[in-house]
Design a protein around this ligand. Structure first.
Ligand code: NAD
Length: 300
């Protein structure tokens, strides 16, 4: 088992992908704090307690798990999630920042509350949990953080201003934390997953059975590996998952240069732009099956 004796916190682990991460980490030997406030897809309150249900699943097969019902979006509450791990199991070795909601709207229809709620859950939530967990990891001299991002944030997606902002921000934090924490034996990586959950239900036709390649469980082996000692050399990377594959994203980097000694003036830049940088414009939008992308970069 890859994670014998380790303690993991998985946020938003009552359903969907987070549940699969929690089950996989437990099956590799980790004790797991299953965090979930049981909200609806848009963050609306429900009476559900999926965190306790997942803990029961883990315990039923001989694993160790405790629920944590606080919201990642609240700084003090996130501290209680991390404290649950320390109180119940004596450590926090692994943090999977996964909790999330969506409130999709195009920019001109998105109201402030939709923006704030999504950013608070994904982006601030990841900061909140890491901020409380990392001091414990530093004291132990080891730690693993896996941040769940999305290709919507890495490349853009129609109707997801709030979500893309949060997910791109998570990628940025991943790079910063990877730099800051490597010397303490802590690695920080990101995964843009894929899986048929309630979050993606609207992408599949009503009643259509999703293809086997969208089984949410397919994401979990990479998280278990990244959480293990075997991945000590893997830091600051952004992974993806599609079809039967895990993928590695290239980091953003310059792909073309237009140089002029002494710098440019706007008129000369305008004259020469198309033959220099303009020849290398990049498509944006998520890459769809068949390699098609939502190409807006060249749209007049
Ligand atoms: N499903 C996909 O294909 C896909 C693709 C890219 C990224 N993601 C990301 O994966 C993660 C999991 O998504 P999912 O598809 O499993 O969605 P999901 O809606 O099935 O699960 C999300 C869980 O997070 C919980 N949650 C929401 N707000 C919370 C809060 N403030 N505190 C604690 N828990 C909270 C919810 O109750 C829910 O159980 C999200 O970060 C999502 O953005 C999913």
């Amino acid at each position: 088992m890859l994670l014998e004796g380790r303690v993991a916190v998985v946020t938003g682990a009552g359903r969907g992908l987070g549940r699969e991460f929690a089950l996989a980490l437990a099956s590799e030997g980790a004790a797991v704090v299953v965090n979930d406030i049981g909200v609806g897809l848009r963050g609306e309150t429900t009476e559900e307690d999926p965190a306790s249900a997942v803990c029961a699943e883990i315990e039923a097969v001989g694993g160790r798990a405790v629920p944590a019902h606080d919201s990642v979006a609240d700084f003090e509450a996130a501290g209680r999630i991390v404290a649950t791990a320390v109180d119940a199991f004596g450590a926090v070795d692994i943090l999977v920042n996964n909790a999330g909601i969506v409130r999709d709207r195009t920019l001109v229809k998105m109201d402030e509350a939709d923006f704030d709620a999504v950013v608070a859950t994904h982006l601030k939530g990841a900061f909140n949990c890491a901020r409380h967990a990392v001091p414990h990891m530093k004291a132990a001299g080891r730690g693993r953080i896996v941040n769940i991002t999305s290709s919507a944030g890495l490349r853009g997606n129609f109707g997801q201003t709030n979500y893309a902002a949060a997910k791109a921000g998570i990628m940025g934090m991943t790079f910063v934390w990877a730099l800051e924490l490597a010397r303490s034996g802590i690695t920080v990586n990101a995964l843009a997953p894929a899986g048929a959950t309630r979050m993606t239900a609207s992408l599949h036709g009503d009643g259509d059975e999703p293809p086997p390649t969208l089984d949410p469980a397919l994401n979990a082996p990479l998280v278990a590996f990244l959480a293990s000692d075997r991945a000590a050399h893997v830091n600051g990377q952004v992974f993806g998952r599609t079809d039967w594959s895990f993928t590695l994203f290239q980091h953003p980097k310059p792909v073309a240069w237009m140089h002029r000694d002494g710098g440019w003036d706007a008129a000369t830049l305008a004259d020469q732009f198309d033959t220099m940088l303009g020849a290398h414009l990049q498509p944006v939008g998520m890459v769809m099956p068949g390699g098609l992308s939502q190409d807006a970069a060249r749209t007049p």
